[in-house]
Design a protein around this ligand. Structure first.
Ligand code: ATP
Ligand code: MG
Length: 424
């Protein structure tokens, strides 16, 4: 035998045991997003590399070192999407969705980043994202944050902290950048290689560093909130008022900057205390400049993306996902000669009862082993068709979960018997 082939590092499998938690997370997002008027878009996983380098920014972790970029057979530089916003904006613009409209879109699917795999951090991971275009005011910021909170509550994940901040306008950030550069230059000996390189091109990113050696100079850095322009300050204040009014608690974290260049104004993150350094489960913000960067007219926009692996881990820990449904019934046949007509009976029952989960004893085997399989499947009843029952046109109904006595009924009575199980 040749040696078995393994998966690619960081590209995981979702196995059946995790299915219920994934389905619960995905269905909850879909339901709540639809309630707020978001409509689904399905976007390609491959885009032109230029889309990401332009949108996300050349001097960011993603573009500098995390993208899966390759040259295809035509010689074009393509990239597996590392995030969904750039592609959503590209599609909205290209397909004319932004013409005199304020579309609210959502998407779900795999993203790809060449990061160091560890718990909560993979090379293929999954996000659900929401993007709202054309609304400049803080009302959409507030609604999007409240919507994200509602989804997380519906998932039953507890101990999440909401952090919010404003990055201000580009002009305000320009002043802040200068102050930051001056501060970090005064401590250049402590800066690591990444920070040295980014100091002049993207000093805000230095604030994002997780290097403990730099923690104290980052702490001592000037505060973005002291550099905010009046309009951003008013926008942020009114967002805070709206959240207060809606009873949503939050922490203002003036060091929250987010890792992509297109953000400006409001940014927010939902952070779990239970996931260590990989604690952010949902993050977003305004990106009013992005549509223009990609070639459209200036269009205000805001969105979020949620990391599904991290949310699934929290849902599994909380035990809030409904379990996979057990079959209502499992058929048991006396011998192989009855298999064909029992299969036909099963189809007939599925036609009559569209909700029915029914298991056939495929592959046959002794009645004893079929009964054991029926029991293991979690089915409520076994429907037994031995030679005797088949000849008489009856079925023996054996209740597997409660003490109800076995009964033999005419085959035509089965829908009624099974409907009683469904009602429970
Ligand atoms: P982090 O700070 O954890 O690296 P990020 O700021 O790079 O996150 P975003 O680009 O904002 O993340 O993506 C939104 C969410 O997607 C994150 O909050 C996280 O839940 C999830 N996510 C990001 N990268 C990964 C990854 N490599 N593996 C699993 N989930 C991820
Ligand atoms: Mg990251």
């Amino acid at each position: 035998m040749s040696s078995p082939i393994q998966n690619v590092r960081g590209f995981g499998d979702v196995l059946p045991a995790e299915g219920p938690a994934w389905a619960f997370v995905e269905q909850t997002f879909r339901r709540e997003l639809e309630r707020y008027g978001y409509t689904e878009v399905r976007l390609p996983v491959v885009e032109k590399t230029e889309l990401f380098s332009r949108a996300i920014g050349e001097v960011t972790d993603i573009v500098e070192k995390e993208m899966y970029t390759f040259t295809d057979r035509n010689g074009d530089s393509l990239t597996l999407r590392p995030e969904g916003t750039a592609g959503a904006v590209r599609a909205a613009l290209q397909r004319g969705l932004l013409h005199n409209a304020q579309p609210r879109l959502w998407y779900s699917g795999p993203m790809f980043r060449h990061e160091r795999p560890q718990k909560g951090r993979y090379r293929q991971f999954h996000q659900v994202g929401a993007e709202a275009f054309g609304v400049p005011g803080p009302d959409i910021d507030a609604e999007l944050i409240l919507l994200s909170g509602r989804i997380l509550r519906a998932l039953g994940v507890r101990d999440l902290r909401l952090e919010i901040n404003s990055l201000g306008t580009q002009a305000a950030r320009q002043h802040y950048r200068e102050a930051l550069i001056a501060h970090f230059e005064a401590h250049s000996a402590v800066l690591d290689e990444d920070a040295q390189r980014r100091l002049h091109s993207n000093p805000l990113r230095v604030l994002d560093s997780k290097n403990p050696a730099m923690a104290s100079i980052i702490d001592a850095a000037p505060d973005l909130s002291d550099y905010l322009d009046d309009a951003s300050r008013a926008h942020f204040q009114s967002l805070c008022d709206m959240l207060d009014r809606a009873g949503q608690s939050y922490h203002v974290n003036t060091r929250l900057v987010r890792g992509l260049d297109y953000y400006g104004g409001t940014v927010f993150e939902w952070i779990s205390a239970d996931l260590g350094a990989q604690g952010t489960v949902l993050a977003g913000g305004r990106y009013d400049i992005l549509v223009e960067m990609i070639g459209g007219r200036p269009t205000p926009a805001i969105g979020f993306a949620a990391g599904l692996e991290r949310l699934v881990a929290l849902v599994e820990a909380a035990g809030t996902a409904p379990p996979a449904p057990a079959p209502h019934a499992a058929l048991v046949v006396g011998d192989d000669s009855l298999q064909a007509e029992t299969l036909a009976l099963a189809e007939q029952l599925r036609d009559q009862l569209p909700w029915l989960h029914l298991q056939m004893p495929l592959g046959g085997g002794s009645m004893k082993s079929q009964l054991r399989r029926a029991d293991r499947s979690g089915a409520a009843v076994a429907l037994i068709r031995g030679a005797e029952e088949a000849a008489a046109g009856t079925v023996a109904v054996k209740y597997l979960r409660d003490g109800i006595e076995q009964v033999t009924v005419a085959t035509e009575q089965l829908p009624e018997i099974l409907s009683a199980l469904h009602a429970h």
